[in-house]
Design a protein around this ligand. Structure first.
Ligand code: PLP
Length: 399
């Protein structure tokens, strides 16, 4: 039984509440909170999906000042014009994608932008293709829109790189959209550009859109990132989603956006009128300061993540039976623990209860993630080291 049907014995809630799977990351979070209340043991929290840095001071100052000066009212649905302009310029500068300010609609996080894009593009009878392992919210967002998610497992042998043939095989006339996340949460993989271009081409041939979730685009370590819309033949088939959350350590400000063809942008803006109407006015001012102000805080955060990435990769390589594809972006490592007894969820629960280290079980990111654990290196090096020490001792004891 799902959580929803347990909470709704009389069956009065809408059917859509029943199909929703609870995110295993949130389940682990809940178990960790319970463990924290019940025992004095110090936990190492590696399940978190947000930067451990604070929002840059100049951003906070600008938002506070703007609020004092009256930026506390509703704004235009698509966001304030200077912010849409700043987003358009930033996207062109940082990831090479060209969108006019009118082609940008500002929303309450990439989360809302993605959710509204599903409502705008897909409905009953439509399919949305999601290569996995993937961020679990996509499947729920597709279902909430009334459409059918079609998950496509990527292969571990390729380090979960995009497999255009496998994905293309699932694209048909019912396909409304394909969601591509690069850099990937949970694997850190930056998809091969030729593979992405091939998928966009097949999608375009079926009049389907590719939704490119690029929230980790500024956090790549081995090569510069290029937005999907900058290198494909049909950028008009691409919808780009990004946000301030990961790049500027602004998860709580809830500020993201979607850019794409005018018809899609207008539809998303119009549906958004019935959800939040417009994103927080204060957060829009914060985003404006983040995008137009000094970018050094981003560089510093990225340098710290890269150092930690290297540390994690080295440590995992020393562990018996465990391995992980080298994360090329984002701040996650996806550890193959399939040699340990029990599935991902079991291993994650044991690591928590027996060793006090919290991880996200890979099966929470789709079946392709079974046998894996996601750990986040958005944590201080000392915490990462302590967490990996505990994982390594567990692995050695079990091997
Ligand atoms: N997309 C991916 C792949 C994510 O991992 C997340 C958050 O974890 C989001 C979107 C949501 O980002 P936002 O905070 O901008 O809503």
């Amino acid at each position: 039984m799902t959580d929803a049907s347990q909470r709704d014995p009389s069956g009065r809630l809408a059917d859509r509440t029943r199909s929703l799977e609870r995110s295993k990351i949130r389940v682990m979070f809940g178990l960790a909170e319970e463990a924290r209340r019940e025992s004095d043991r110090e936990l190492v929290r590696l399940e978190v999906g947000e930067p451990d840095f604070g929002t840059p001071d100049h951003v906070i100052d600008a938002a506070a000042e703007a609020a004092r000066e009256g930026a506390t009212s509703y704004t235009e649905n698509a966001g304030i014009p200077p912010l849409r302009e700043a987003i358009s310029e930033t996207m062109a500068r940082e990831s090479g994608v060209e969108y006019a300010p009118e082609q940008v609609t500002v929303k309450s996080g990439a989360m809302e932008a993605l959710s509204l894009s599903m409502m705008a593009l897909a409905g009953p009878g439509d399919e949305v293709v999601v290569p996995t392992p993937a961020w679990p919210n996509y499947v729920n967002q597709v279902q909430l829109a009334g459409a059918t998610p079609v998950t496509v497992p990527l292969s571990a042998e390729s380090g979960f790189d995009l497999d255009p043939e496998r994905v293309a095989a699932e694209i048909g006339d019912e396909t409304a959209a394909v969601i591509l996340t690069s850099p990937s949460n949970p694997t850190g993989r930056v998809y091969d550009e030729d593979a992405v271009a091939e998928v966009v081409e097949v999608a375009a041939a079926h009049d389907a859109y590719v939704v490119a979730d690029e929230v980790y685009g500024r956090l790549t370590y081995d090569r510069d990132f290029r937005g999907v819309a900058s290198y494909v033949d049909t950028p008009e088939n691409v919808i780009t989603v990004d946000s301030c959350s990961k790049t500027y350590a602004m998860t709580g400000w809830r500020l993201g956006w979607l850019a794409g063809p005018q018809s899609v942008v207008d539809a998303v803006t119009s549906i958004g009128e019935s959800t939040t109407a417009c994103p927080s006015s204060v957060s829009q001012q914060a985003a404006l300061a983040a995008l137009t102000g000094p970018q050094e805080p981003v560089d510093e955060m990225k340098a710290a993540f890269e150092e930690r990435r290297d540390f994690v990769v080295e440590r995992v390589a020393e562990m018996p039976t465990v391995s992980c594809p080298r994360p090329e972006g984002a701040f996650y490592a996806f550890l193959d623990v399939s040699d340990l007894p029990g599935g991902s969820f079991e291993v994650a629960k044991r690591l928590l209860s027996e060793r006090g280290v919290v991880t996200a079980p890979g099966d929470g990111f789709g079946d392709a993630g079974e046998g894996y654990l996601r750990i986040s290196f958005a944590n201080g090096l000392d915490r990462i080291e302590e967490g990996l020490d505990r994982i390594e001792r567990f692995v050695r004891d079990e091997s």
